[in-house]
Design a protein around this ligand. Structure first.
Ligand SMILES: [Zn+2]
Ligand SMILES: [Zn+2]
Length: 635
């Protein structure tokens, strides 16, 4: 798959308010589309053509405030769709499209399963200003007419064959179509929308059940990994031919049951379990030693054999997926993945304060370069959530676009950015913004992300979007912990360099300004919800109203806790799902929020927090004095 976009546009499109004057168009430069135009379909349209025409008809009718007709014959003023168009797409890569002006009319066509449909979304975005920011917020300015430059010839070819992320809106069909998400793991895209790239059987860590490791533990311990001097069911032995046969049979059985020959691509995941217990038996060791001493060698050899069997059985639109992470991160020598093998790399140990081409990420970058040199189907499983402290701000905004560019520049074909998939249980941060930024960058890694962010902030947070932008810029500047780097796995809640009190007050003021600017209850609620992550940070850093000098610190903590609960939060850490209403009140009042997840007074640290803070409270004179000084400072 190639690249990119060639856009030849003379001028940026003008979006006018309802019933404004007719746009100042020059006949030689633009064609003007209004309510008299028709959607032109072939006599017997395909499902994809009907879907595309329906989308254009519905949205253009909304723009013009008048019903736009779809017809099968027209001499002029038409938007021709699919085979009704005169667009030559013979040179356009799969699932790409072309949008052209020919003789004063619009022609739209696409390739493979989804090219045509997404061309309609691009047309609406480019020329009508339609933006699907969230599953609930779509911008579509109304106007009497829209202008399209006469020399328009847009060609788009997808940067990635599979794109995927979490949070809330990316699960929505319309959001996914508009913002280019194609993987079926988290969304349902019907055949007329072009279908999706699906994992059959499982998304990850499938090797245990595919090799039936547990089942054979007693009868055939040699099927299990030999690790640290004993057999363990945590991974299988990958050089045992019986294990390969069992796994291949299971993969073929999955395909017999679920294969769809019309799908764009189907994937069977043969991926290691989430541990370091790889087999170190004599055979595995010898094979790996002969291939650069890399444990990825036996894994790759194993999946190559399965991929051969899949191909021999005629499954041409199927790929076998395996991981390159933990002990398989580094590419082997002298063995290369088959064309129908996906190597899915996970930058799980990488620094999120800096992009992947920074010095601190050199190990992963080297592995990426090596795999990129031998693998034709490289995929990525990236991360953009602080899983230990999802209530806190993860200031990785500055690396999102560059990292996705790096993937594309290393011939990566599929990207999944794991977000906060438990968002319904913990939504206090910049969830929707983050999801939108990631989606837009996967759709086009070289998009004008600044303008996308600003557009989003105005739509989501309202007229105070500019204040929100300044806040986000400060967070981005502060990305990193005390040593300047940050890792979401091990980093503390304070995934931000120290912010001085004066700057804390400045940021507080920006939140206030944003809130005051809100025009709707929804905008106000969005600002307040995102602000919870800032309050969470202050509470842990003992800054602002959470300063230890503030005699009301305990009350402030309790208020934050209640606001977090009122926002619907039921989970304070990934995998930790306990009844938050049962957290001891002393824990809430006297320990920082990053300790709340312990619930009861179960840790020595929490007990110390409570003891010390209660002592201070029992000495009213000292308390009054520090309170006086605090108020002096903050007045
Ligand atoms: Zn082995
Ligand atoms: Zn770093």
């Amino acid at each position: 798959m190639k690249k990119a976009v060639s856009v030849i546009l003379a001028l940026v499109l003008i979006m006018l308010p309802v019933f404004s004057a007719v746009p100042a168009a020059s006949e030689n430069v633009h064609i003007m589309i209004d309510k008299t135009w028709k959607i032109l379909l072939p006599e017997n349209p395909t499902d994809a053509e009907q879907f595309t025409a329906g989308k254009l008809k519905k949205c253009l009718s909304e723009v013009f405030g008048a019903e736009i007709e779809a017809v099968s014959s027209a001499d002029e003023k038409f938007i021709a769709v699919g085979s009704a168009s005169a667009c030559d797409v013979s040179g356009v890569a799969d699932n790409g499209y072309r949008i052209m002006v020919i003789d004063g009319n619009i022609h739209i066509n696409g390739t493979a399963q989804r090219g045509l449909q997404i061309a309609a979304y691009r047309f609406l975005e480019e020329f009508c200003g339609r933006k699907v920011y969230t599953s609930k917020i779509t911008a579509l300015p109304q106007s009497e007419s829209i202008l399209v430059p006469v020399d328009t010839d847009i060609v788009y070819e997808p940067y990635f064959e599979s794109t995927d992320t979490d949070w809330r809106s990316p699960l929505d069909t319309e959001y996914s179509m508009a913002n280019g998400l194609t993987n079926g793991s988290r969304r349902s895209l019907s055949p007329e929308m072009g279908g999706s790239v699906d994992y059959l059987g499982g998304f990850c860590h499938t090797i245990g059940w595919l090799c039936e490791t547990e089942e054979y533990a007693d009868s055939h311990p040699e099927y299990l990994a030999f690790h640290d001097g004993e057999r363990t069911a945590e991974q299988p032995c990958l050089t045992n031919p019986d294990v390969l046969r069992i796994c291949t049979d299971n993969v073929l059985r999955i395909l017999e049951e679920q294969h769809n020959p019309d799908a764009p691509l189907q994937i069977v995941s043969v991926t290691q379990n989430d541990n370091y217990s790889n087999c170190e038996c004599e055979n595995c060791k010898a094979f790996e030693d002969a291939h650069g001493g890399k444990p990825s060698a036996s894994m790759l050899n194993f999946v190559n054999s399965i991929a051969d069997a899949v191909k021999e059985n005629g499954y041409d639109n199927v790929a076998i997926d395996t991981f390159a992470y933990l002990y398989t991160l580094e590419a082997p020598k002298g063995i290369t993945p088959r064309e129908n093998v996906i190597i899915r790399m996970c930058p799980i140990n990488c620094c999120m304060a800096h992009a992947l081409d920074a010095v601190c990420n050199r190990d992963f970058y080297k592995a990426l370069e090596d795999w990129s040199g031998i693998c034709k189907r490289l995929y990525i499983w990236d991360y953009a959530t602080h899983y230990l402290h999802p209530c806190a701000i993860l200031p990785n905004f500055g690396i999102i676009q560059r990292n996705i560019q790096i993937y594309y520049e290393h011939n990566v074909k599929g990207v999944y950015v794991e977000g906060n998939y438990f968002i319904d249980s913990c939504d206090t941060e910049f969830a929707e913004l983050r999801a939108y930024m990631i989606s837009k960058c996967m759709q086009d890694p070289y998009c004008d992300l600044d303008s996308e962010i600003n557009g989003f902030l105005d739509a989501y947070y309202g007229p105070g979007g500019g204040y929100m932008r300044r806040i986000i810029d400060i967070f981005t500047k502060r990305a990193g912990t005390f040593d300047g780097h940050m890792n979401f796995l091990y980093g503390s809640w304070a995934v931000m360099r120290p912010i001085m009190s004066a700057e804390v007050r400045a940021i507080d003021n920006l939140w206030k300004q944003a809130e005051l600017s809100a025009k709707t209850g929804e905008q106000f609620a969005n600002i307040k919800r995102s602000e919870l992550s800032w309050r969470w940070w202050k509470a842990n850093a003992a800054k602002g109203e959470f300063s230890h000098l503030n005699p009301k610190r305990a009350d402030m903590l309790e208020e934050l806790y209640r606001d977090i609960l009122n926002a619907g939060v039921t989970v304070l850490q990934e995998f930790v799902d306990e009844d938050l209403t049962e957290i001891d009140r002393d824990v809430i009042r006297y320990s920082p929020p990053d300790q709340w997840h312990v619930g009861k007074e179960s840790s020595a640290l929490v007990r110390d927090f409570i003891k010390i803070n209660k002592l201070v409270e029992k000495a009213p004179f000292i308390f009054a004095l520090v309170g006086y000084i605090y108020n002096l400072i903050h007045s």
